[in-house]
Each structure stands twice: as C-alpha cells, then as structure tokens.
Write a protein that binds this ligand. Structure first.
Ligand SMILES: [Zn+2]
Length: 499
C-alpha cells in the first residue's frame, strides 16, 4: 500500500548524531518553508524536465518500455504527467524523459546480503548498497544523456544547476523510497569529489525517487516526496492514515487519488478561499477548480474541498465535502528528545519517518473529519465516502462540552485539539446539478484575512477572504461606499453604466 521504505532508522539516527548543524531546511517537510527548492526539493510550479531511469535486472519480470513511456507521457489520461497537471490546476507541468534502460545481468546488490535481490522493507543493509546502485545507475545514464536538459527550473523558475527531479524505477522487488542521496552520500559524487549530491554534467542530484516491481503508481507517491511532501499514511498500521490523499492511505490501484486539501494548499495548487464570519460559499469540484475553503488561521485550521469522481478520484462513488483538520504544530517525543515533526531543520525528515506525522489517528497533522461521527477511520475501519464526506443533511458544529477529543471521548465537534471552540461550523450542504456544492460556513468574525504563504504568485494569498465585495466591476476593497457612489452616478447619468 505504501511507498516509503522506513529502513535503517536506527542507522539514520546514529548518522545524525555526528552531522554538522545545517541550514534550516529539510527534505519532505511538507513545505514548512520552500526557500530550499534545489537542494532539498524539486520545483513544484511551472515547466520542469524530469528524468526516469529504468533499471532492469535479469531474472525478474522485464520492464515493458512502451508501457512505461506511455504512463510517463502527457498523452496518458491516467498517467503521471496528467495527474500532476490536473492536481496542480496546470500550475506544475513536468515532462518526463524515460532514459535508456540500465541493465544488469545479475543483481547489482551484494549477493551475501541480498541472495534473491529482494529488498525487504526495513532492511538495514539496503542503505549503503542502495547508494552504490543509485550512483552506478546515474553514472551509466550520464554516459548516454546530457543532464543539463534536466534542469530547466528551480526556485526562481529558471535553471539552477539542481536537477528538476530524478526517478529510478526497477523491476526488482522493492517497496519504494525517496532517497536524499545528497544528505547521505559519503562516497564518490561522480565529479571527482566525495560527499553530497551526485553530479552529472554539472547538474546536482540531491535526491532520487525509487520504486520497485516496476510499479509506476508507487512512483507517483515517491515523486511527491521530491516535491517536499511527507508521508501521511500510518506506517505503524494502527489505522490506514489519511484518506483522500496520494501521500496517505492510497491503495495502489489504477485510480490515482488527488492530493488532500492541505497538500494542495501548501504546494500553492489551491484556489484559496479564506472564510471570515458566516458565509454561504459555493465550492466547485476541486479537481477542476482548486477551490479550498480555509477556516481559521495560524497553525491549526480546517480546510474544506469538494471531492468526487472525475478524471482522477475515480473510485469515489459519491461527491461531497471533505473536511480536513490541520495542526502543523504536531510534535513528537523520540529518543533524541522533543522535535517538531514538521520542523524544517535539515535531518528532521528522519524523525518524520521514525514517528510519522499522521500516525496518531486521534491527533495527526492532517485528520479527515468524518460526517457520520462514527470514528471508523480512527478505529482502523474502512473509509466510506458515502458516510465520511459531508453531503446534504450533514453538519459539523462546536461540541459545547469543550473537552479534548480522544478514543474515550469521541466527540465529532469542530473544536480545536485543545477542546476549545474554533469558531468553525458547517451547515446546509446542497449539491448543485453541475457538481458544485453550496455550504454555509462559520469562521471567526474578524482578523482572518492577513495571512499569506508567500509574497507573490499563484496560491500565495487567498483569492477571497470574507464576503466577496459587491459586484461593481471595481477593485476597491471598500465595497459599500463605492456602491453608494455608483448608485449616485446612476441616478445622475441614467442607466448607461449598469453592467
Ligand atoms: Zn512515502
């Protein structure tokens, strides 16, 4: 089901002990900040050129190149490119080159440790052997391809000498991992030096998304890590993890699921509607509109989006509102002391793998609030869109007891994790013929409009906060006086100006 190999945890942690203090930036930090596109993240906006390296080992089911090229071409409606273009509202447009197949006559991993070439999840030996394999595959690809073509973008949208994204797909049985080789490499960097990112034609490769069994769907998830996303399923298996997210509890069938609202919001792929006061809002299907309503500010808030079957999310039998309760302040205590799980300090990703941000079903980083209030997901029962999405007749209100929600106190209120009221309420859901959903949302009455994710660009700021200004055709934020002036003008000049 999942993708990330949680291998080598103890070894990773011991490595951390002697790593120098580094910049405040990390792999897979769910865009706690994104100034580190390049060294820690692949660009997730604009046009990029991504490389896929097929690695075929004799004795395992051969790689079907035609099938592979189809899945990674923009022509496959169910493929990698169309998925990311759809999920991002066309804001992220990767183009994938399927590199020459790198063939091995025998297993490229040390026979003593991997007699059948099968890499079990959590196998500590695969760590160093994996680095050697990645290095060799990049080196052999570099002999045949010019890597400068795989750097057309970066933090500023221009070439930055960091690869836009590199994937390695092998036919060997292996679950999948997004491997920050730049962080772990202590050997040859392929450019005459040692340590750090691999280099090819002057282009640095800081991390590689790896999937085995030629499983292209696992690769879609692993590539999400390269964009900065963390795992949202529960590796510990207490429950499945976050539903309705390709970084979460996605069973790898042919239906790729869309990103959860928080992922979309953080990647700046959303059409962000900040709610203030009581508003009747129309949320169009998120797949085509990107509409995400946000109630609350700061680290803890709710996101609401319209999910249903479309080009993706095909397995959803019904349409409804998905409500996500987000708490970016989720913290953990490990043997290394107390860490913020979403901390952006380099190396924190190891901690997130160890003790994942979504593993506590009752207080994860992102929790799907279920309309039926039955807490089936927390009890590791099945996700059922019919019951868990908010549809006609369902609502979400404050629980007046203001108590902390837990397994022994499963109150399905809109309260914060502290138990205190959030000011959020959801009422009067109505699905329209075109798939849009009208809903009445309550949010705190003031002070909701000041937040931004970034200075400028798509998704940086709410496209709307509070009631939209009256449709006067003018851009003034102060609608009422403007309307009065226009009415005066109309009286004076007749109806010519009416639109
Ligand atoms: Zn993963």
């Amino acid at each position: 089901m999942t993708a990330c190999d949680t291998a080598l945890v103890s070894r990773l942690v011991s490595l951390l002990l002697f790593l120098p203090a580094l910049a405040q930036a990390d792999y897979m930090d769910h865009f706690a900040q994104r100034d580190d596109v390049g060294p820690h993240k692949a660009p997730s906006l604009g046009d990029t050129r991504v490389l896929l390296i097929p690695v075929e080992v004799k004795g395992f089911p051969p790689i079907d190149r035609a099938k592979l090229e189809r899945f990674f071409s923009p022509d496959d409606p169910n493929g990698f490119v169309r998925y990311y273009e759809t999920a991002s509202l066309g804001r992220y447009r990767p183009r994938v080159t399927v590199g020459p197949t790198i063939a091995y006559d025998s297993c490229p991993l040390p026979a003593a440790q991997f007699p059948t070439c099968r890499v079990a999840r959590g196998d500590i030996n695969s760590f160093s052997a994996g680095i050697d394999l990645l290095r060799d595959a990049v080196k052999r690809t570099d002999e045949q391809l010019d890597f400068t073509q795989f750097d057309v973008s970066g933090r500023a949208g221009t070439p930055d000498r960091w690869a836009d994204g590199v994937m390695l797909l092998t036919n060997v049985p292996f679950g999948g991992i997004a491997f920050p080789i730049g962080y772990f490499n202590r050997g040859d960097n392929l450019a005459g030096g040692t340590n750090g990112p691999l280099m090819a034609d002057g282009i640095r490769i800081p991390h590689v998304a790896v999937a085995g069994d030629t499983d292209v769907f696992v690769m879609v998830h692993e590539f999400g890590h390269l964009l900065g996303l963390t795992d949202l399923y529960d590796e510990a298996g207490n429950y499945a993890g976050l539903q309705l997210s390709f970084m979460g509890a996605w069973l790898y069938d042919q239906n790729i699921v869309l990103p959860d609202a928080e992922t979309r919001y953080r990647l700046r792929w959303a059409n962000w509607l900040q709610v203030q006061g009581r508003q009747r809002i129309t949320l169009r299907p998120v797949e085509t509109s990107g509409d995400v309503a946000r109630v609350g500010i700061g680290d803890e808030y709710f996101l609401i989006e319209n999910r249903g079957p479309g080009a993706f999310d095909k397995s959803l039998p019904v349409r409804g509102l998905a409500v996500f309760h987000v708490d970016r302040a989720v913290a953990s205590v490990t043997s290394q002391g107390s860490f913020p799980k979403l901390g952006a300090k380099e190396g924190d990703f190891v901690n997130r793998i160890l003790d994942c941000v979504n593993c506590d079903a009752w207080h994860p980083y992102i929790r799907l609030v279920q309309a039926d209030g039955a807490f089936d997901l927390e009890a590791n029962r099945r996700f059922k869109a019919e019951d868990d999405l908010f549809r006609a007749g369902s609502s979400l209100l404050n629980d007046a007891s203001n108590s902390v929600r837990s397994k022994t106190n499963p109150s399905n209120g809109s309260n914060l994790y502290s138990g205190q009221p959030s000011g959020f309420a959801l009422n009067d859901v109505r699905e329209l013929a075109d798939g849009s959903i009208e809903v009445t949302l309550d949010a705190p009455a003031s002070g909701q409009c000041g937040e931004k994710l970034c200075a400028e660009g798509d998704g940086c700021a709410p496209v709307q906060c509070g009631e939209p200004p009256a449709k006067t055709g003018c851009t003034s934020v102060d609608g009422a006086p403007l309307l009065a002036v226009l009415l005066l003008l109309e009286q004076r000049f007749g109806r010519r100006q009416r639109r």
